[in-house]
Write a new protein. Structure first.
Lengths: 244, 250
């Protein structure tokens, strides 16, 4: 994003947070978006998280070849990696692909078929009506998905370790319960909140300012996913540096 | 009444509107005509606030729309209904929900009252009973009629129609034109239709504003348009063989 785009993005956000015309309609829309973002992504997040947890266990076990390192470390490393990095960041990048492209395409199609103009002519704040429910669903449902992802990733590690014999169940459980720092959860949730905002607002911006037709809508969708992923990684670094 | 005064608009240094002025009275069908790229849709978008003119003013019954704040514009826009070129129906909503949408947003009517209003609007455009269909299930003409039904649902004082006949067969075009004219007379709306369809010009053009290369070239009624000596207007009006033959015959 260059500075012009960043400025337009900020101005769009200003319009998004205007007072809603009718709260009841916005709440209905928020519930619909929460269902789409949260419930609709649950299966994908569950599969990815479980396998990442299992693979992590196997890879950590592969690297810890020294007899001086207890195998309980596998559980500890898997837990901290899942909570601090893998669950929030991988989930966010996956969701940027799934939800981000859908948001950009939906709003972009509405733009090129004049549906956004129709909202404006009716006297409705189009950015507020179209984007606010998506942002609210993003900043609430992505942290929830990340919590589920953390749990499943650690559980996946347990299953992977047990099946492969890389670590015994008791060693793994001892590892994940030793020296647990609850602050890591806070860091992960802050990341999830920021990522949820990026995943919904950046694609919405890209879709809202589309000009042209189907080709431009698809290009905006691709651009939305790319910019969202880069923004997620940059914010991941910034939040980690600020909070740890 | 809507009045535009000396409207200028350019895009990236390309002058699209060059000082357009005109008065559009209520209760009559006002047409803005011109060839492709003459600036008629841009003028319409400047009038409803989708584009901000570089200079000039748009007056809605004396209220200058151009310098208004967002909140002030909202109040005027509640009095505007618009039919878009592609109908612009919300794909995810049924016909009923499309028409009910502005009612949901801006009125405190009960559901029963809103349904009654939707049914009235649908009957008015001869689509009674089509409440539960989705836009994807409608023909082009039906979409336009639903677009009109949505535009009139809030009892607008000002009705804008952007190329209402584009993509329609001649018979359906006439139905849409007649519907627009009937609604204009019935509800005493100030109706502005942007078109380059000569059947519309001859059929419903009570007041016609002809644009050419971003300038106002002519204004008058459909009774006068066939008798002008302006070359640009004659080239536009009598471009088709049919119109030329009709002119020669009469």
């Amino acid at each position: 994003m260059n500075f012009t785009n960043f400025g337009r993005y900020i101005l769009l956000l200003k319009s998004v947070f205007r007072k809603p015309e009718k709260l009841k309609i916005y709440l209905k829309e928020i519930a619909k978006q929460m269902d789409y973002v949260g419930v609709g992504s649950l299966g994908l997040i569950a599969i990815i998280s479980t396998f990442i947890g299992a693979v992590m266990t196997l890879q950590i076990a592969f690297q810890l070849v020294s007899d001086f390192i207890p195998k309980t470390i596998i559980g500890s490393v898997n837990r901290d990696s899942s909570i601090l990095e893998l669950s929030p960041t991988i989930s966010a990048i996956v969701l940027a692909g799934k939800i981000g492209s859908a948001i950009s395409s939906e709003i972009g199609s509405m733009r090129v078929t004049e549906q956004i103009d129709a909202l404006e002519i009716m006297g409705i704040n189009a950015p507020g009506y179209l984007i606010l429910p998506k942002i609210i669903s993003g900043i609430t449902m992505v942290p929830m998905l990340v919590i589920i992802s953390m749990f499943l990733s650690i559980s996946g590690g347990y299953i992977g370790g047990s099946i492969s014999g890389a670590v015994t169940p008791s060693e793994y459980i001892q590892g994940i319960t030793t020296d647990f720092n609850p602050y890591t959860i806070v860091v992960a949730l802050v990341k999830a909140f920021v990522f949820g905002f990026i995943i919904t607002s950046v694609p919405a911006y890209e879709g809202f300012y589309v000009r042209g037709g189907a080709l431009e809508v698809s290009q905006a969708s691709t651009r939305a996913v790319v910019i969202s992923c880069i923004s997620i990684l940059v914010c991941d670094y910034l939040v980690t540096q600020l909070l740890l | 009444m809507i009045e535009v005064k000396d409207i200028y608009k350019s895009f990236s240094g390309n002058d699209v509107l060059k000082g357009i002025s005109g008065k559009f009275e209520e209760g009559v069908t006002n047409l803005i005509i011109g060839g492709s790229g003459s600036g008629k849709t841009t003028l319409l978008k400047c009038m409803v606030g989708l584009h901000q003119p570089d200079s000039g003013s748009v007056l809605y019954d004396g209220r200058d729309f151009t310098p208004m704040t967002y909140e002030q514009r909202i109040e005027v826009r509640k009095e505007i209904g618009m039919l878009f070129q592609g109908s612009a129906l919300f794909d995810s909503m049924t016909v009923e929900d499309n028409i009910m949408f502005p009612l949901n947003m801006f009125t405190d009517q009960t559901r029963k009252e809103k349904i009654e209003r939707v049914n009235f609007c649908l009957e008015r455009v001869n689509l009674a009973g089509k409440n539960k269909l989705f836009p994807a299930e409608l023909s082009g003409g039906m979409k336009k009629r639903v677009g009109i039904a949505r535009a009139i649902s809030m009892n607008p004082k000002y009705l804008f129609c952007d190329e209402p006949n584009s993509g329609l067969d001649p018979k359906t075009s006439i139905v849409i034109d007649e519907l627009i004219q009937e609604l204009t007379e019935e509800f005493k709306t100030t109706t502005i239709v942007v078109t380059h369809d000569m059947n519309s010009v001859m059929g419903i053009g009570d007041y016609i504003l002809f644009l050419h290369e971003g300038k106002k070239f002519w204004e008058g009624s459909n009774k006068e348009i066939a008798h002008t000596e302006i070359k640009e207007l004659n080239d536009f009006v009598f471009a088709s063989r049919f119109m030329k033959a009709a002119k020669d015959k009469f």
